[in-house]
Design a protein around this ligand. Structure first.
Ligand code: ATP
Length: 320
């Protein structure tokens, strides 16, 4: 029987398991064999592949991380590596591969399609940094985890008249910082997409709020802006307000996926299998206008992200 393969690649994200489950179940329902590939593209190169059945994905919809493991594979990222992976797929009688990951993983999927193995991408990353899709699997869970953590930081900050500088993930993308910043009422939100000034965008805003009686402050920083510890020091020196830095780090990547991540992952996984069934190839499953649709991978990779400047401006006006 013809098989499809599924792998997770790049950074892990909560909800990847729900997508794997959907691919396995939809694939088997539609008459394919489904091969689970471990550790991203590496598994194709090393033969770390196992046939899945309906029960191999039991009890994983609510689990964080990825049961298939993930990896960054430098070997695959070369013409010889891609050829070798394509050859492995042919030997396994794999007619298509579903790749769950970020932009880097989609570039790999495009290259593997070029080597004769039809691939379909599914966006899975907590950063929401994929231009072609309004939503990436893992983003909702990461946002909610960050909000819970910062609510706790806020409890202790409020008890001491403190300022908390909190860094969330997002190397090139401020979406997580923006959404979480709005949700926790951050006085300032620093993201890679918007230029900022220490005095005007942080100190002056803190002083203004302090004059109206505010006694505790959260300054939200996206990982891509960085310098969080130094920033906290500088705020304390300039304002005299006791200031602490917290880098949330990998807690944001873990945890049981939220309802939204489970549902979107299930829909996207199903859609990916439908595309392979139709004989489509080099497509990425995305959310656009709130709907699950698909685009050509190359076209998708060339899209430019748009930052929600409107929400950013709203945050500036109400977090005072
Ligand atoms: P995240 O954004 O969550 O880190 P990602 O998919 O962007 O996810 P990368 O580390 O960029 O993560 O890519 C994962 C894997 O995809 C790489 O290890 C490599 O095997 C493959 N890959 C990355 N870039 C390319 C490329 N330009 N061409 C071919 N394959 C690539």
């Amino acid at each position: 029987a013809k098989s499809i393969a599924v792998l997770t690649s790049g950074g892990d994200a909560p909800g990847m398991n729900a997508a794997v489950r959907a691919v396995v179940r939809a694939g088997i329902s539609k008459g394919f064999g489904v091969m689970g590939v471990r550790r991203g593209y590496n598994g194709l190169l090393t033969g770390d592949v196992e046939e899945m059945n309906l029960r191999s994905v039991s009890d994983i919809i609510g689990r964080g991380g990825t049961v298939l493991y993930t990896a960054r594979s430098p070997e695959f990222n070369s013409q010889a590596g891609v050829e070798k992976a394509a050859e492995a797929c042919r030997k396994l009688n794999v007619v298509g591969v579903v790749v769950i990951g970020g932009d880097g993983s989609f570039r790999g999927a495009r290259d593997l399609t070029g080597a004769g193995v039809p691939c379909i991408g599914i966006p899975g990353t907590i950063d929401n940094d994929i231009a072609s899709s309004e939503y990436t699997i893992g983003f909702d869970t990461a946002m909610n985890t960050a909000v819970q953590m910062i609510d706790r930081i806020r409890d202790t900050a409020e008890s001491h008249d403190r300022c908390s500088v909190v860094e969330v993930m997002g190397r090139r993308c401020g979406d997580l910082a923006l959404q979480v910043g709005v949700a926790v009422g951050a006085t300032s939100i620093l993201v890679p997409e918007v230029a900022w000034d220490f005095q005007k965008d942080i100190v002056d805003r803190m002083h203004f709020a302090q004059k109206t009686g505010k006694q505790h402050f959260i300054i939200m920083v996206a990982e891509g802006v960085g310098g969080t510890a130094e920033l906290a020091k500088k705020i304390q020196e300039t304002t005299g307000i006791e200031t602490r830095a917290t880098i949330l780090g990998h807690v944001q990547r873990g945890g049981s996926p939220t309802l939204r991540d489970r549902v979107v992952a299930s829909e996207m996984g199903y859609h990916a299998v439908e595309l392979l069934e139709k004989g489509s190839s080099n497509r990425v499953v995305v959310m656009r206008g709130g709907k699950i649709v698909d685009l050509d991978i190359t076209e998708a990779l060339n899209m430019k992200r748009v930052f929600d400047k409107n929400l950013y401006d709203i945050a500036l006006q109400i977090s005072i």
